[in-house]
Design a protein around this ligand. Structure first.
Ligand code: MEV
Length: 304
């Protein structure tokens, strides 16, 4: 028997524009995890929230995972196993669950079959899983699940770890009903035929750069301005939803300095930035009606 773990992430700013080579800030969610356990079996089978049974009969929605499992088994010439997936990390909500699953699956298969797993191979497998799940992933979720510190991501560039963070709290809610990331990436691609959306993408890049400066200098007001403006630009790109916009209004009404969608959008995660734990608790209560909320995440100080 072997059990591997992996964590999720929130994107503070830069989702979607990161697909177009702009910068993004990522915060690994190290307390939100999923696990993959492998035990010897006569046939390939899976136990998870979504499905329990033989792998070859898994529903179509699990096709990307089934493909990755098949590739891993073929590459490692692995005997059949029973796979158990458990999680506290919300699934399909913008928190990087597909990359986390690919990470844990890869580690579990390599370890179980006593094969060495290099960092490069690990990265390649997770990115392959992301390609199966998303079509054209920027690579941000792959690196988020391989790192435990906040960082700036830009395609084809080494990541830049953020040693300093502004003091504050992040409230995170899963507003539910999230279309696949692939669909939301396509929504943006289509929108970009229009000048208004092109301008919004350009603005998003500027807001991300402002947010990085504000983040590193501990300027929570500057960071809040950038996050609020980024939400409006993402709304113009067509990746917010009525529910996300209502949740955002509620968060701001109850004392959040900023609130924006996080991840693919269309539903799923909303993040709200607060300057104190007291405010964060009030915002969390206000957001409870929109879906499951995480305990406020403390930002702050020097994390190096
Ligand atoms: C998904 O977590 C973030 C997106 O920017 C897609 C990607 O970067 O692959 C929407």
């Amino acid at each position: 028997m072997f059990k591997a773990f992996a964590h999720g992430k929130v994107i503070l700013i830069g989702e979607h524009s990161v697909v177009y080579d702009k910068q993004a800030i990522v915060l690994p969610l190290i307390n939100q995890t999923l696990s993959v356990q492998l035990t010897p079996s006569h046939t390939m089978s899976l136990t998870s929230d979504l499905y329990d049974g033989p792998i070859h009969q898994a529903p179509k929605t699990l096709a990307p995972i089934v493909k990755l499992i098949h590739d891993l088994q073929t590459e490692l010439k692995a005997p059949p196993v029973h796979i158990i997936i458990e999680h506290t990390l919300p699934i399909s909500a913008g928190f990087g669950s597909s990359a986390a699953l690919a990470k844990a699956l890869t580690e579990a298969f390599y370890h179980f079959n006593q094969q060495p797993l290099t960092a490069t191979k690990w990265h390649t497998w997770i990115q392959q899983g992301e390609i199966y799940a998303h079509g054209n992933p920027s690579g941000i979720d792959t690196l988020a699940t391989l790192n435990t510190q906040a960082f700036v991501y830009q395609k084809n560039q080494p990541i830049k770890r953020l040693a300093h963070q502004p003091k504050g709290y992040l409230v995170v809610v899963d507003t539910g009903l999230k279309p696949p990331t692939k669909t939301m990436v396509m929504t943006v691609k289509k929108a970009l035929k229009h000048k208004k959306a092109q301008a919004a993408l350009h603005d998003l890049s500027r807001f991300s750069n402002d947010a990085i400066d504000a983040f590193e200098s501990g300027n929570i007001t500057g960071l809040s301005d950038a996050l609020n403006q980024a939400h409006q630009a993402l709304n113009t790109l067509g990746v917010s939803s009525q529910r996300l916009n209502s949740a955002r209004k509620e968060a701001l009404k109850h004392g959040a300095l900023a609130a924006k969608l996080s991840g693919g959008g269309g539903g799923g995660a909303l993040i709200a930035l607060c300057d104190s734990l007291k405010n964060a608790k009030a915002v969390k209560s206000a957001l409870d009606g929109f879906g499951p909320t995480l305990e406020p995440i403390k930002l702050g100080g020097n994390t190096a």
